[in-house]
Design a protein around this ligand. Structure first.
Ligand SMILES: [Zn+2]
Length: 938
């Protein structure tokens, strides 16, 4: 083609590059937003609008971000940006959780490395080190979160360790002191002897653990039936070290039990002929096998209820264990394993404790916080429980009470931090009662009033609240908010005095929580009270109480937010963590949940479906992906996976997302390139547009409705899928492909080209906004390519309100049929190309046979334009047998033919009108376009 002719083709022109270069481009856009003060502008712009408050669940400030953080924060950002673009004021205030074991543990590790004893460091010095450590990581994580594109009040985030927050947490605790829901009880709690503290459910992990098992005989000393005299009740346990704490034996009232007289045993069995033992009937054979009993005679068979009133001796009777061991009915005794009798140590199990309390048994304190038996425990004083099993087993053998021993591998609770096995230990702890003040009932009602996404979250949280024990809020640690309680030594009750609480919170507001540890009690107790009459509690609060109170010092106290939150959004583990503690805290103090809705996402797995772990070598970090591919790829990954399940993450996933990204980017680039120079004057009203353009407008209208409805369900995965399909299948492979010819070759003022460019403008205006919450960087880059300016940003726009007149379902139905016909033609042309009969589709002139209504559907349609061929003939009726067909599109057959004429060197169409034997022959349309090319404007 002659050079001058080539210059008359309207090829796309844009500065929006094909290659994204996100790793370099994104930091520039972040700077731009900082300069623009985008966050502040959004607040000003949406002042007075309905608020949507996503309250940030605070991450721990103790390390670099991992992929789970990235998923969580990006998803939050997509929610916040989407809500903002629907016209709300979606103000996001990020926060951090600063107190608690994870930080304290790091400081202790440092001490251990330096061979320093933590207990020798003054508590305020230790707390300061914890504070500095948390502050250091807040700064690092803040930059990492910002780099993900997350928009929020990063200059004024909340933390749980500001003096104001600490004071408010104490105020919240004060409400539980005043309303009587906080009490001190002695109760077995999950205890880590390594960290020397009670642990919350959320701090417990279950791992396989090999335990010693023992079958122990308890001699009957008072029989409820004569057959039991001289017999022994046999218990089975996996925790031999709890035998010194034994105070009772539990049985199942409704189960069958038998009294057996042993008549034959294996050679090495501890059991002896002539002994009588009592076990559950359904488990008798198993017990016999386990204990090497070969023959036994059933003396009696009876119901568990008949055992009531029976007393046994502790196996160590005569050695300081002189108390009676009663047999008690309990509903937790099952007939699955063991002997049908459960050894009850009320200091070492929740069920045991309740049974003991219900039957008036004094709960013994046997084991100290360091894991050693107390000095008052006969036979075992000073032994560590982790090493006590053998000592107990030997003592049982010496007492002739051991019937058998073995080992079992089972799931056992461990500390999530030190990974050490946990024990149940009876300690004085502070609890928030689930029953005083009807906390359980209030919380269950609050769950019903909350929206859950996905809905299964409701069942999960309800199940936990229904069965949970009282909330143990005390920890024997240093880095946290103190339990600011004075206990009246005479009554044992917490001092309930608003004036005292006010003095405490005033001091903490001014000096931080350290004030509790450094001040003399007189300062708080005030005149007229003798400090010697009170015990000042030195425990700190469960860190879940801190984060469970964030709603009070963030949502309630900031003028730019509101209480309750519109939404809490976290990983599904927070049903027993933050969702849970916030619910209880708020229900106990305010009678309802601090949120209207809860959204959960799953845990990120690697591409094989395994847990992400640093040691496993499968952890591609978010920082790696950002440096290589850009944050927008991560953001696309978040919505590109079903985040309610367990999203997969790894190099292959990133590659797929990069491909998806490229398709979206290319669509934007095509639109931008073909909108070069487009202005208002060129716009065509939709009434003057061809059907194809009106079909696109209809599709935009349906997409807009979908984005609103799926966005209302926070289903961004669906939005991603539909947007992606719209761009690739309907725009790139159909509409834009068809209109390339018009856009490139028609004269600038042709109404068809104007209609197409107007439609491109509409598409761009919609797409760039719809993509903005997801691809926040790329959408901004595209926006600026079309709307350059210092003061503008796509993030200051709202989702478009599309005219109802664009909706045309009848037209859409018709064009669905046309697209089906086109699919058959495209298939036929692909075959022609594969068999080298044609090069481009413009060399073809297919003959299309249409049955039934399809001929009338195609009436008035420029078929060649739709097929991207130089000509097309439509025939009513059945296609010849050799025509091309597709099984799923009945009634359409295509016979191929070549286009007649010469090739126009400008538009490549083959038309009879193009002069033959001319090197620069062009068609009539092109002649007209060249003649009217706006040379002056160039
Ligand atoms: Zn032409």
């Amino acid at each position: 083609m002659a050079t001058d002719l080539k210059s008359t083709v309207y090829l796309p022109r844009t500065d929006f590059p094909m290659k994204a270069g996100l790793a370099k481009r994104e930091p520039e856009l972040l700077q731009r937003w900082a300069k623009l003060d985008l966050y502040k502008r959004l607040r000003e712009q949406s002042k007075g609008a309905e608020k949507f408050i996503l309250h940030d669940g605070p991450p721990y400030a103790n390390g670099n971000l991992h992929i789970g953080h990235a998923l969580n924060k990006i998803l939050k950002d997509v929610v916040v940006r989407s809500q903002q673009m629907t016209g709300k004021d979606a103000n996001y205030v990020p926060g951090w959780d600063c107190h608690g074991l994870p930080v304290e543990w790091k400081i202790e590790e440092k001490y251990r490395a330096k061979k320093q004893d933590k207990d020798q460091v003054p508590v305020t010095e230790f707390r300061q080190e914890c504070r500095d450590f948390a502050a250091h990581w807040i700064d690092i994580q803040r930059e990492e979160f910002k780099r993900l594109g997350v928009i929020g009040d990063w200059d004024n985030p909340y933390t749980t360790m500001t003096f104001a927050a600490e004071a408010q947490i104490v105020r919240e605790l004060g409400k539980f002191i005043m309303n009587g829901m906080l009490y001190r009880g002695a109760k077995p709690v999950m205890w880590s002897v390594v960290e020397k503290t009670a642990l919350a459910e959320a701090e417990v992990e279950y791992h396989d653990h090999t335990s010693n098992t023992i079958w122990v005989k308890f001699s009957v000393t008072a029989a409820s039936r004569p057959e039991f005299e001289d017999a022994s009740v046999v218990i089975w346990t996996t925790t031999p070290w709890t035998i010194p704490g034994n105070r009772a034996i539990a049985f199942n009232e409704d189960a069958d039990y038998v009294c057996l007289e042993i008549t034959g045993t294996e050679e090495d069995a501890a059991a002896k002929a002539g002994e009588r033992i009592i076990v559950a009937g359904p488990l008798a054979d198993q017990v016999k096998a386990d204990c090497g009993i070969t023959v036994a005679q059933e003396i009696a068979r009876f119901k568990g209820a008949d055992l009531a009133g029976t007393l046994c001796a502790h196996p160590f009777r005569g050695q300081g264990y002189e108390f009676d061991v009663p047999l008690l009915a309990a509903d937790f005794v099952e007939m699955e394993t063991g002997t049908g009798f459960v050894h009850v140590a009320p200091g070492h199990g929740a069920d045991d404790w309740e049974l003991g309390i219900a039957n008036g048994i004094t709960v013994p304190e046997t084991v100290g916080g360091d894991g050693l038996y107390f000095g008052h425990v006969p036979l075992f004083a000073g032994i560590h429980v982790f090493k006590a099993d053998m000592a107990v087993i030997e003592a049982l053998e010496d007492a002739n009470a051991l019937l058998a021993k073995g080992k079992i591998s089972h799931s056992y609770p461990h500390s999530w931090r030190s990974k050490a096995p946990l024990i149940y230990r009876n300690t004085p702890q502070w609890f928030i009662s689930m029953e005083t003040g009807d906390l359980r009932k209030t919380a269950l009602a609050a769950i019903e009033a909350t929206a859950f996404y996905p809905a299964s979250g409701r069942t999960r949280l309800r199940g936990m609240i229904e069965t949970r024990p009282d909330w143990c809020v005390s920890r024997q640690r240093a880095w946290g908010v103190p339990i600011t309680v004075f206990v009246d030594k005479k009554s044992g009750e917490p001092l309930r005095d608003e004036a005292v609480l006010a003095r405490i919170t005033d001091a903490i507001e001014a000096e931080g929580a350290d004030a509790w540890f450094t001040s003399k009690p007189e300062r708080f107790l005030g005149p007229g009270r003798d400090p010697d009459d009170f015990e000042q509690v030195s425990d700190i609060l469960d860190v879940w109480f801190d984060s469970g109170s964030t709603h009070s010092f963030v949502l309630e106290q900031r003028d730019d937010l509101q209480w309750p939150a519109s939404m809490y959004l976290e990983g599904s583990d927070q049903h027993r963590g933050w969702f849970h503690s916030s619910l209880l805290e708020s229900c106990g103090t305010r009678g309802r949940a601090p949120y209207d809705a809860v959204l959960t996402h799953g845990f990120v797995l690697d591409e094989k479906g395994d847990k992400m772990s640093k040691s496993g070598g499968n952890s591609l970090s978010p920082q790696d992906v950002i440096a290589q591919n850009g944050a927008d790829i991560l953001r696309l990954w978040v919505v590109g996976t079903d985040y309610t399940e367990e999203p997969r993450f790894g190099p292959e996933t990133i590659k797929q997302q990069t491909d998806s990204y490229r398709r979206l980017r290319n669509t934007l680039r095509f639109l931008l390139g073909n909108l070069a120079g487009f202005d208002e004057a060129e716009k065509l009203p939709e009434g003057e547009m061809p059907e194809l353009e009106r079909w696109v407008l209809h599709r935009l209208h349906t997409m807009g409705a979908m984005i609103r409805s799926a966005g209302g369900r926070f289903d961004y995965h669906q939005i991603f899928i539909e947007l992606h399909n719209f761009c690739t299948l309907e725009l790139s492979a159909f509409y834009l492909d068809i209109r390339k010819d018009t856009l490139y070759c028609d004269r600038a003022d042709s109404s068809l080209r104007r209609a197409a460019r107007t439609t491109l403008d509409h598409i761009f205006n919609c797409l760039v906004r719809w993509l903005a919450p997801i691809l926040c960087f790329t959408a901004e880059e595209a926006w600026l390519a079309r709307h350059p300016g210092e003061e503008t940003s796509v993030h200051l726009q709202q989702f478009p309100e599309l005219p109802a007149a664009w909706s045309d379902p009848a037209l859409a139905e018709k064009w669905e049929k046309i697209r089906k016909v086109r699919r058959v033609v495209t298939g036929a042309l692909e075959r022609e190309r594969a068999e080298k009969r044609i090069g481009s589709s413009l060399e073809a002139h297919p003959k299309v046979y249409l049955e039934g209504e399809l001929k009338s559907v195609m009436a008035g349609i420029d078929a060649a334009e739709i097929f991207i061929t130089s000509g097309a003939t439509l025939e009513a009726g059945t296609a010849p047998a050799d025509a091309f067909t597709l099984d799923d599109v009945p009634g359409v057959g295509v016979a191929n033919g070549r286009a007649d004429g010469e090739k126009c060197v400008r538009c490549y169409r083959i038309l009879p009108e193009v002069p033959a034997h001319a090197d620069d022959g062009i068609c009539g349309r092109c002649t007209d376009a060249v003649a009217n090319f706006p040379a002056a404007a160039e």
